[in-house]
Write a protein that binds this ligand. Structure first.
Ligand SMILES: Nc1ncnc2c1ncn2[C@@H]1O[C@H](COP(=O)(O)OP(=O)(O)OP(=O)(O)O)[C@@H](O)[C@H]1O
Ligand SMILES: [Mg+2]
Length: 225
């Protein structure tokens, strides 16, 4: 099985070189194979979001190895990192960050638009397919803000899948939802994982949902417990 993600001794310090320099990740090791569905847990402030930002190539580690699909990211410049991120990683956040002036369909098209630079008919067709997959066909031309929290999060899932990523990173994707919507959103990610073999790394504080993942990794004080 292909190794989608490999972390070796990842460290991260904030405010490097100043009087308030603090190390928040103290040497994280983690490997994920294609198709893994993993819950990342741990107390508030333990470093989960910091770790997710590093894995998502939004921030660089202070030291250590981070390989995505076998590529050592330390060897890449900013443009190459952006390209790798766009083509291999999808993001889902606690707050969906949909663009309120756009329809559901346009929001799902966004990553494709960013990648290609101009819209085309194929993009819309793909966005419609994805919205269909998350059960929102009827809502595709609705303004994103006129939808319920659970629906908005399903749009965010469709958007995360737009570029057919190998790895989806979700930071408390159900943290803002009622129990029933949280369950539906979680189950949708699980189904997509099974159908497409997409690898998922999900930060959650919800024990019940974490137990339904293949694996739980717990971070405490910047270390894997
Ligand atoms: N940009 C930053 N500058 C300085 N310190 C930061 C920064 N971002 C996070 N931290 C610190 O790093 C530590 C880890 O924060 P992080 O957001 O990764 O925790 P978390 O596990 O995601 O917590 P939560 O469950 O509350 O979301 C915290 O002590 C936090 O204050
Ligand atoms: Mg966090």
């Amino acid at each position: 099985m292909a190794e989608v993600l490999k972390l070796e001794q990842i460290r991260k310090s904030y405010n490097v070189g100043t009087a308030v320099e603090t190390e928040v990740l103290h040497g994280i090791d983690l490997a994920m194979q294609s198709g893994d569905f993993l819950a990342l847990m741990g107390p508030s402030g333990s470093g989960k979001s910091t770790l997710l930002n590093i894995i998502g190539l939004l921030d660089r580690p202070t030291s250590g190895l981070l390989a995505i699909d076998g590529v050592d990211t330390a060897t890449l410049g900013d443009a190459a990192l952006t390209q790798l991120r766009g083509q291999t990683i999808g993001f889902i956040f606690q707050y969906h960050y949909l663009i309120s002036a756009f329809t559901a369909c346009e929001n799902v098209m966004m990553p494709m638009l960013v990648d290609k630079g101009h819209p085309d008919a194929e993009m819309r067709a793909r966005a419609e397919q994805l919205l269909d997959r998350v059960g929102l066909s009827r809502w595709r031309d609705n303004n994103a803000t006129n939808m319920s929290g659970g629906q908005q999060q399903r749009v965010a899932i469709a958007r995360a899948l737009a570029m057919d990523p190998d790895l989806v990173l979700a930071d408390e994707p159900t943290g803002n939802l009622d129990t029933k919507s949280a369950d539906a959103v979680f189950e949708l990610m699980r189904q997509i994982n099974r159908e497409r073999g997409t690898t998922f790394l999900i930060v959650t504080h919800n024990d019940d949902l974490a137990k339904r993942c293949d694996r739980i990794v717990t971070v405490v004080d910047g270390r894997v417990a």
